[in-house]
Every structure is written in C-alpha cells, then in structure tokens.
Write a protein that binds this ligand. Structure first.
Ligand SMILES: Cc1cc2nc3c(=O)[nH]c(=O)nc-3n(C[C@H](O)[C@H](O)[C@H](O)COP(=O)(O)OP(=O)(O)OC[C@H]3O[C@@H](n4cnc5c(N)ncnc54)[C@H](O)[C@@H]3O)c2cc1C
Length: 184
C-alpha cells in the first residue's frame, strides 16, 4: 500500500520534504494555513547543506537564475572611489555575500513549482486535531479546519517556530527569544 505523508506548512521545509518523500514513492499532501503561497521575505543566502538540497532537487541552476544578482559589498569614499571591497563568494560557502542570494518568496515559489505535480497542496487549510492509532496498527487521523478527516502514516509539522499543530502534539513549547529585533 502506498504510504501517505501529511505535511503542514508550505514554505521551505514542507515542500522540500514533500519532494523527497514523493521521489521515494510516498503520496504527499501539504496543508498551508495561508490562502495562497506566501511570497513575502527578504533575501536568504543559501550555502552548504541548503545548497546541496537544491542540487539534489535539480533546482540549483534555477535558484541561481532567480537570485538577486548581488555582486558583493563595496565601501566608497566621498568621491565614490572604492576603498574596500568584499565580492560575492564563488561556490557553496565562501563570501560575506553568498554566490546564491535569493528572495525567500522566490525560493518558496521554486520549491512549490517543483512539487505541485507530485504533491497535493491545500491552501487556506490547517490541522485542528490529531488522533494517533499507530500503536494499535492503525494510522494517524487528522481532522482539518474544513472538517475533513485525512489518514496518514506520517504527519510532519513544518510550520516554523510558532506552530499551533506542534502544540497539539507536545503541548505548549517554550520559545527562547535570542534578542534579535527589527529596527523600530
Ligand atoms: C512570510 C515569511 C517571510 C520570511 N522572511 C524571511 C527573510 O526575509 N529572511 C530569512 O532569513 N528568513 C525569513 N523567513 C524565515 C525562513 O523562511 C524560515 O526560518 C526557514 O525557511 C524555515 O522554513 P520552514 O519551512 O521550516 O518554516 P517557515 O518558513 O516559518 O514556514 C512555515 C509555514 O507554515 C505555515 N503555517 C504556520 N502555521 C500553520 C498552521 N497551523 N497550519 C498550516 N500552515 C501553517 C506558514 O504560513 C508558513 O507558510 C520568513 C518566513 C516566512 C513564513
């Protein structure tokens, strides 16, 4: 029987996992609370493991092409002459500015486009309740906000740090603020 994975969150982690599971024969459903793919966010520098994931998904060239095109950082004097320069890195890890700089929304779009034919996406939907019968040879049943029930062999919560579905499973999880703030 084909195994079914229900993944919550259609940002970066959710679609990337759906791709890998679908490639291994899983049936995959992604539910996303937002009514459509979220395209907000600033640029992300993709390095190391993240870059390797894109490579394995066959998306490395597409991500480079969709990148911001940043060429690095240059300090200039009053006349505009360069006094110091940090060019973008070349390759997977080098440079203050990475070779692969891409807007978060563009990265999410690429991942969604790569997976939408092999994964069922449900936007404007979320998990309200989970019942785990796997200890008794059964599956996990998820009741969605729409009232529909979905059975799955695996439920993955990829909802970011403030996940409500995680609270359904583990109760309140304390989040440690690291002090990073947007300038006001
Ligand atoms: C809109 C947005 C903008 C961001 N901008 C930046 C940025 O500029 N720079 C940067 O470095 N990082 C940014 N991030 C964070 C970065 O994308 C993530 O930290 C990282 O990619 C982790 O991805 P993730 O897929 O695990 O979770 P996230 O990217 O946090 O995505 C979680 C997804 O789950 C969905 N979701 C949340 N709760 C539920 C629920 N109950 N049911 C169903 N779906 C749910 C969210 O709508 C979202 O689509 C942003 C994230 C988001 C969502």
């Amino acid at each position: 029987m084909t195994r079914h994975a229900l993944i919550s969150g259609a940002s970066i982690g959710g679609p990337a996992l759906a791709h890998q599971l679908a490639a291994r024969g899983w049936c995959t459903t992604v539910v996303e609370r937002a009514p459509r793919l979220r395209d907000e966010g600033q640029n992300i520098d993709v390095r190391g493991a993240g870059r390797e994931v894109l490579r394995r998904m066959g998306l490395e060239d597409a991500a480079l092409a969709a990148g911001t095109g940043e060429v690095g950082l240059r300090f200039v004097d009053d006349d505009g002459a360069a006094v110091a320069e940090f060019p973008a890195g070349r390759g997977d890890t080098a440079g203050g500015t990475a070779e692969m700089e891409i807007l978060r929304g563009e990265l999410s779009r690429l991942l969604h486009e790569r997976t939408r034919d092999t994964t069922e996406y449900r936007f404007g939907e979320q998990i309200r309740e989970l019942r785990d019968d796997t200890d008794h040879g059964g599956r996990v049943t998820a009741r969605l906000a729409s009232g529909e029930e979905i059975e799955a062999d695996l439920v993955v919560v990829a909802e970011g740090t403030r996940s409500r579905t995680r609270d359904l499973v583990f109760g309140d999880v304390e989040i440690t603020e690291l002090g990073s703030r947007s300038p006001t």
